[in-house]
Design a binder for this molecule. Structure first.
Ligand SMILES: [Zn+2]
Length: 275
């Protein structure tokens, strides 16, 4: 059985605010590196849980920001990782197909507009308000189109609550309780990793009893974002994007985003800083 691990950074135990990219101080560097280490350890716990539940292959997708956050030198060498900047393909769930048996979600954050959640952003709207989804639920719905169950999710208390309402049998690990947008009461990372390891194991063991999160098509999608993490939310594109199913609508949406140039083999313009 193949297991796909989708990752983000904001939902890790210990994360409560971002690094400041304008700040070139050692403190700012240390902050970001420390967050990456928290994510790496949580991913390792999930990878171990997956293999201990009989996975034959585990693919990790490094999906936050640059797609180059996980300290992969420290990852369990049995897994493989998809990472790097994307200019020519979708950065979400690349290589996911029906050959996978389970989806695991690590470090997820609550949807945009959620009160008392850590760094909430991205609010997907399905069919003019029928369903609202976080990035975690969207990933579960994309996997659902392939008939793959999302078996585990970790993040703050608001995120795990939202996902569990949609997928009642999913195994969750609430690794922190949000006190505000950038303040949390968090488990110590070693404890969070224990919960993640045990939860992933149970989730994968129970995969046949967890229904894939499938949304009947056709669907109309809109994405809402706020300035920073504070409402009001505004639509990212002026019109809803329609598709026969979530996957098709999502891919059309991604293609319509100004920063996406799928299928075009061009340099993304990155240059090492000089001087
Ligand atoms: Zn992120």
């Amino acid at each position: 059985m193949k297991v796909y691990i989708q990752t983000d950074l904001e939902g890790c135990a210990g994360f409560c605010f971002y690094q400041d990219f304008q700040d070139k101080s050692p403190e700012a560097y240390r902050h970001y590196h420390r967050m990456c280490r928290l994510l790496t350890n949580e991913v390792n716990a999930a990878v171990k849980g997956a293999f201990d539940s009989g996975a034959a292959e585990v693919i990790v997708n490094d999906s936050h920001g640059s797609g180059y956050n996980i300290i992969f030198e420290e990852l369990d060498p049995r897994c493989e990782i998809i990472h790097g900047r994307n200019c020519s393909g979708p950065h979400w769930l690349p290589m996911l197909d029906s050959s996978f048996g389970a989806l695991v979600l690590i470090g997820m954050h609550a949807m945009g507009g959620t009160e008392k959640a850590i760094a909430p952003h991205s609010k997907w709207e399905v069919n003019e308000g029928e369903i609202f989804m976080s990035e975690a639920s969207m990933a579960a719905a994309i996997a659902g189109d392939y008939n793959i169950p999302a078996v585990f999710v970790s993040g703050d208390n608001m995120l795990t609550k939202e996902v569990k309402e949609k997928i009642p049998h999913i195994k969750t690990a609430t690794v922190k309780t949000a006190l505000g947008t950038y303040q949390a009461k968090s488990l110590i990372p070693a404890k969070a990793c224990e919960l993640i390891y045990a939860g992933v194991k149970v989730g994968i063991d129970n995969r046949n009893t967890i229904k894939p999160y499938h949304i009947e098509g056709p669907v109309k999608l809109r994405l809402f974002e706020s300035e920073g993490h504070i409402p009001p939310l505004k639509p990212v594109l002026p019109n809803a994007i329609e598709g026969d199913n979530v996957n098709e609508a999502f891919m059309k949406f991604e293609r319509a985003m100004p920063w996406t140039t799928f299928d075009v083999n061009i340099s993304d313009g990155f240059q090492y800083p000089s001087g």
